[in-house]
Design a protein around this ligand. Sequence first.
Ligand SMILES: [Zn+2]
Length: 258
Amino acid sequence: MTLLTPETRQAVRRAAELLRASRQAVALTGAGLSTPSGVPDFRSEGSGLWTRFLPMEVASLSTFRYDPEKFFAWLHPLASHMLNAEPNPAHYALARLEQAGLIKTIITQNIDCLHQRAGSKNILEIHGTLNTLTCVGCYRQVESTGLIGPYLERGEIPRCPHCGSILKPDVILFEEQLPVRVWMKAQEASQSCDYMLVIGTSLEVLPSAGLPMRALENGARLVMVNRTPTYVDVRADLVFTHDIAEIVPLIAEEALNG
Ligand SMILES: [Zn+2]
């Protein structure tokens, strides 16, 4: 653990105080939360996943439709990273805060299921999940368990157990709309919260990037934990650019025991 300056310690205490004083706190999480778990950010450049593929091209609905082999070849390293990843201390800290009633909802852009595995319950996955797949033929939704293994081991493209058509992972691709019901709930949670903890997202992907503005319009307190600056930093109560896996547990510890 790095040594925190007295100013940072003070800021951690303040973030925890505001959280304790809140009634409806929401966490908004992005790829930066899972990078300490070894999950690359599949939408950003420099993740290594884009050296062979152009993101907008391959992670798109049209590629999936016309060239599913290419799509699944692209997804392969990402899915294998995610399935081998473990939640990090920040995931666990958020689960503890939810258990204690201090965080009501987690809105996540991540598709890696690490919030669930850390024990969080009320999660809105606005970019979908790798946990389920939907058949492009009969539209049945099936669990990934049992299908992802053979795909990762032998490259077998998952097929529907009912009709044999290709299964599409329930992740939101470029050109795809966000899942309507989940997205509505995320907007409602943002509009009605009085504290938003934004973790590991640079807020560059619309429309989810607009959620902190909804919270601010409701007069919510805003606490940012992200490595790089974001457009709402100027309006945030506190901005942390530290290691997420370090600072989020400190805020949680202070809020739970302080
Ligand atoms: Zn089917």
